[in-house]
Design a binder for this molecule. Structure first.
Ligand SMILES: [Zn+2]
Length: 101
């Protein structure tokens, strides 16, 4: 009985440790990716627009926001630049990689 319990405990610990490793790896690459995307957007703000629903930055050709399915956008390049700076500087919140596809 004690043996089974010890094994289960070890399994749990391994699982949670692996989870932590995966989590931090994803967060790091995601931050890097976001910074890269923000730089791309800042280079060509006229290629993008800002969703009025969730403030995601989407490609100008997008009809619906991939994030919230909103259809109202602000295409003002000044707004895009402002939003790209905000999104590139903070951890993932209202934006995902699909926003850029
Ligand atoms: Zn949206």
């Amino acid at each position: 009985m004690a043996r089974v319990w010890a094994r289960a405990e070890r399994g749990l610990r391994l699982k949670s440790r692996a989870g932590v490793v995966i989590y931090s790896a994803v967060t790091e690459s995601e931050l890097e990716e976001r910074a890269k995307r923000a730089t791309e957007i800042l280079k060509a703000p006229t290629e993008y627009k800002v969703c009025e629903g969730c403030e995601s930055i989407v490609r100008r050709k997008a009809v619906f926001c991939p994030n919230c399915h909103g259809y109202r956008f602000d295409g003002d390049p000044a707004r895009v630049i402002e939003q790209a700076r905000v999104l590139g500087a903070r951890p993932a919140n209202s934006i995902s990689q699909q926003d850029y596809s």
